[in-house]
Design a protein around this ligand. Sequence first.
Ligand code: PMP
Length: 325
Amino acid sequence: MQVLDSFADAVGNTPLIRLNRLSEETGCEILGKAEFLNPGGSVKDRAALWMVQGHERSGALQPGGIVVEGTAGNTGIGLAHVCNARGYSTVIYMPDNQSPAKVEILQALGADVRVVPTVPYANPDNYQKQAGRYADSLPNAVWANQFDNLANRLAHYESTGPEIWQQTNGKIDAFTCATGTGGTLAGVSRYLKEQKAEVEIILADPMGSALYNWVTTGDATMTPGPSMTEGIGNSRVTDNLDGTPIDGAVQIADQAMVTQVHRLLKEEGWFFGSSTGINVCAAVEVAQRLGPGHVVATILCDGGSKYQSQLFNKDYLKERNLVTP
Ligand code: PMP
């Protein structure tokens, strides 16, 4: 029998999907790693599993313990699944500018969700810092700390990177994705560069983030925003991102992202979230620059249902001066 034994065993080994229209338009192979097919529904299941395993191995997390995290949502969802399966409880701090669906999912999964005011990272009441303080105040509790816990990028170095390399038979020319913690880009970049130094690694950034400037000028100064994307962009270079080989960056506006996700749905049946829209737009830009005949891979981070009330709501988009095609 071919069976998986647990939630953990169902994480990863996702398919690599050819995006047909974009491949035809660019003359390249535009390939998306189907992270929305992870059992918790996003690319963050990998990081969640690796971080929990890391805290178990270090002895910091003992049976019946508590995992605390500050998250835009998907890491919390991954953690709640992994923790339920292993007998831990989960406390999630979330900024109040995220889609309500993510809060509802976390509550349904049994996490103790604390939605806190959105304040900059420098503020001691930033959601990440509140999570760290709360974990410190409890016995047998750990702060997952996805931004600076290197188990996050290790997940992608040990799983996502090797899978993309094998699935493309090493014929990959470029990889691009947006970063929140940077774990995905950092882990995949490190693995691919070790196999083939010429693979181009391009960071995709939404508006209102500092990472495009960091890659292109060395200065992590914020670009004008805002962006309606969730889970990506950052005001600082995390430990996970630091030292990553990156060859360039592209900046994608919300309108291009909105047009892309709506066309992917209408023309090819894919229902994706906003970060995937940014990633796919970036893959197209990279392919156009490289010219026909190249293989460009990106991440299909999560599905569209969590963003239904915004990204797939014409009135919401109109309020933001965004139009659907
Ligand atoms: N897309 C979505 C929907 C996410 O939730 C996240 C994580 N916050 C990312 C992309 C970025 O992934 P990473 O944290 O590995 O940079």
